[in-house]
Design a binder for this molecule. Structure first.
Ligand SMILES: O=C[C@H](O)COP(=O)(O)O
Length: 247
């Protein structure tokens, strides 16, 4: 059986009660391709209320969580809390967490381990910065970010890898289908060599970075692109078009 196409919307720190109702409306109106797994990343404060109004074919994800179940960690939320309100997904290691909030591979991999051990599905984000790409270091960077996680986990069945080149996030500069496919293919080869052929074949590797209704179809045609993690466009009705990119 092939890998199920996966499309996530990452709302980041956007949306309010009214705006979320609008998004829920266009998701409910769809129609959404039933062969696609759809997840939206919601600001923590709106997680439970939004989960309760999302259509049943769209899952809710947190955008972050910490590496332990509870304790003196002001401002953080834990996988245990997400479980408590019925949330099954979390996005970890997003480039904004890495670059704005200074999260390093070590912390991110600890978070991934704890989230998986707590039963959550994890979207693990990786990606190189512009200067790293220009310096010919793309592979080195994304392999290292993947290795940090691979070294600590055994079960990959609940992991989606999101390859998001930092230079393409929120910039309107999408990676070309060839550029994205090239990295996805190399990541799959890395998984095959360093984890197992089974994990390489089964793990969804999705692309993120200025995905829109206009560029999603050609990206979706690439053999190793198993879906998308969408920022800005996930707040707009064109997100439905992106979900249906394979059609
Ligand atoms: O998580 C999503 C990515 O950061 C992509 O954001 P974007 O689609 O606004 O470029």
């Amino acid at each position: 059986m092939g890998r199920k196409f996966w499309v996530g919307g990452n709302w980041k720190m956007n949306g309010d009660k009214k705006g979320i109702e609008e998004i829920v409306k266009f998701l409910a109106a769809g129609p959404l391709d039933p062969n696609v797994e759809v997840v939206v990343g919601i600001p923590a404060i709106y997680l439970e209320s939004t989960k309760n109004i999302l259509p049943s074919n769209v899952a809710a994800a947190a955008q972050n969580c910490y590496k332990v179940p509870k304790g003196a960690f002001t401002g953080e939320i834990s996988p245990a809390m997400l479980n408590d309100i019925g949330i099954n997904w979390v996005i970890l290691g997003h480039s904004e967490r890495r670059n704005v909030f200074g999260e390093k591979d070590d912390l991110i991999s600890d978070k991934v381990v704890h989230a998986l051990e707590s039963g959550l599905n994890v979207v693990a984000c990786i990606g190189e910065k512009l200067e790293e790409r220009e310096g010919g270091k793309t592979e080195e960077v994304v392999f290292q970010q993947t290795k940090a996680i691979a070294d600590k986990i055994k079960d990959w069945s609940k992991v989606v890898i999101a390859y998001e080149p930092v230079w393409a996030i929120g910039t309107g500069k999408t990676a070309t289908p060839e550029q994205a496919q090239d990295v996805h293919k190399k990541l799959r080869e890395w998984l095959s060599k360093n984890v197992s052929e089974q994990v390489a074949q089964d793990t969804r590797i999705v692309y993120g970075g200025s995905v829109t209704g206009a560029n999603c179809n050609e990206l979706a045609r690439e053999a190793d692109i198993d879906g998308f993690l969408v920022g800005g466009a996930s707040l707009k009705p064109e997100f439905v078009q992106i979900i249906n990119a394979k059609n």
